[in-house]
Structures are given as structure tokens and as C-alpha cells.
Design a protein. Sequence first.
Length: 330
Amino acid sequence: MPDTITIPPGMRIAFDARVVQGHFPGIGRYAIRLLDAIAAAAPETPVVAFYVPNAAHLGESLASLRSRSNVSFHPAPPIFAPWGQVIMRRLIQRSGADIVHSPYYVAPYFSPAPLVVTVHDLIPLDRSHRPPRDVDRWLYPWLNRLAARRAAHIITVSRHAAAEIRTRLGVPPERLSVIPEAPAPSFRPASEAAVAEMRARLGLTAPYLLHVGINKPHKNQAALIRAVARLCREGSLGEAILVLAGPRDPRYPDPRREAEAAGIGEQVRVLGPVTDEELVALYSDALAFVFPSLAEGFGLPLLEAMACGAPVACSNRPPLTEVAGQGAPA
């Protein structure tokens, strides 16, 4: 990746790293890896990273960047703070940045420097994926459209997402680039010792099917649990269990309760967030990785699982068919 990045001499970059926190597990990982790659590709280019102090998991996430001498860190207001837009404009102006990149559509919309925004998907425009009385059902679609209007250029991660952005947000092709995601180099088959250590640490003794994702409706965990319940009734799973790894949003149903309601509370293990090292070992030792999402921007866990040697099964929704190709049964 670093060899493909060309940055003009003398350019100063501002990077909105406020998504590097526990609330944004997937986008936060994308942001930290992109920031690290930019810094590595242009070691003479100053990069100013704006972050939220005391954000959950911040220290661990930013640790890899501490060795980058060209990256400086500046505290900034929380990404959803009502006053944040005014403060971010001032911070960017003081930084002397020539360009600003935001890896999320909630961005510093009034940046004095040209703004590049990564729009991963248009899931926020589908209100069915949010609680009926959640203000986000109305706020997030508006913010998505605001990002499309204010950005000098938009990056997205799949051809499917690009087509939606052109059609639904009216973004012309010349303001839109597709840059697919990729697993980090650390995602490769784990050693037997690493798998054994992971199993001991997490208390896993049975063979397992693995799902990685948050408990939001578009991840379709409820349908996965019902499918596993049916397999259990048929005796098709044997001693295998379902393992769910990833954060939990308290606004949505708890998968543990859904498993209990389906009569398979003992056959479903909810791990919560895991480290990258644990995730690599989980992928490597899984009977299969199962990804039944109803909507995605890209579906990076599919490629992570494949890179670790796990058989994968996913829904036939785009862009999963684009990402997996012929590598996963639907």
C-alpha cells in the first residue's frame, strides 16, 4: 500500500482520527491503518491527527503510530459534539493543513482546507436499521447528504457502494474514487500455539462456527441464531457451538437473550470485543466463518477470515458477492 501513495512535496495533511474509539470498531480500525500507511508512505510529510482524549481503546489503537515521527496528535472535541464543527474549523486552520481527510461521513464539514471523506456505505439512509424513535433515523441520513455536498472528493470501498453514492447522493463520477479495503498483514493462519493460547484465554473448548460483528440489525445475527437453533434441533452441529465476537450496542437486542429464547443459550458464546491477535486465532481455528449481513459497505471480515484460512459462508447481498467472488457459498 505505501508504494501506491504519491504525496506532493511540502503538503501538510490533517486526519480526523476521532473515530478511533470503541464506538466505531470497524471504521476505527480502517482509520488507524490508513493513517499509519499515509505516514509510512511519506515520512517527510507532516500529518496532524485530531483525536478525542480518553476515548475507549484509544491508547491501544494509536500505539502503532507513536513511532511515526511525522505524525503529531492534537486533542479535538467528540465527533458528535454540537460545537465540534466550529472548533474543528479553527483547529484545522491553525494546523496549516493543505488537505483534510475524514474516514467517516460525520466530518468537519466547514473545513477551511479541501475535505476528502470516506463514505463506507449508505446504510444510514435505510431507517429500518435503526430503532423507531431513535433521532439517528433522521439525523444520520441528513449528515450523509451533507458530507456528499461539502466534500471536495469522496472515497468509497466497493463498486456497489460507489453506484449507490452516485445514484442516491448525486455525486458525479469525477468526485468519487473506489479504494477497496484489505486485511492487515497480521491476518494469516495462526500457529497451533497461538490458537491454544487463545482458546485457554477465552475459555473455548468446543469446535465452533464464528461470526464477527456488532449486534445491529443489518448484521442479521438474529437470523443466524435461528439457523443455528434449527441445526441444533436436527443434530447437524454435533458438539459445535456458535461464537459471536464484536462489540454490543445497547440500543439493539442482546444476542444472548435471543439465543436463550431460541433454546440454544448453551450453544452460543458471546465474546464481546476481542484483540486482533485473538481474532486472527479465532478465524484460524473456526470450522467456518459465517457472515449473513443484509447490508455492508465492503465486508472486511470476509477477507480477514479467508486470509486466515477459514472457510466462509456469506449472504448473497452486494457488495459481499463482489468482495468474496467465487470464494464463498451464499
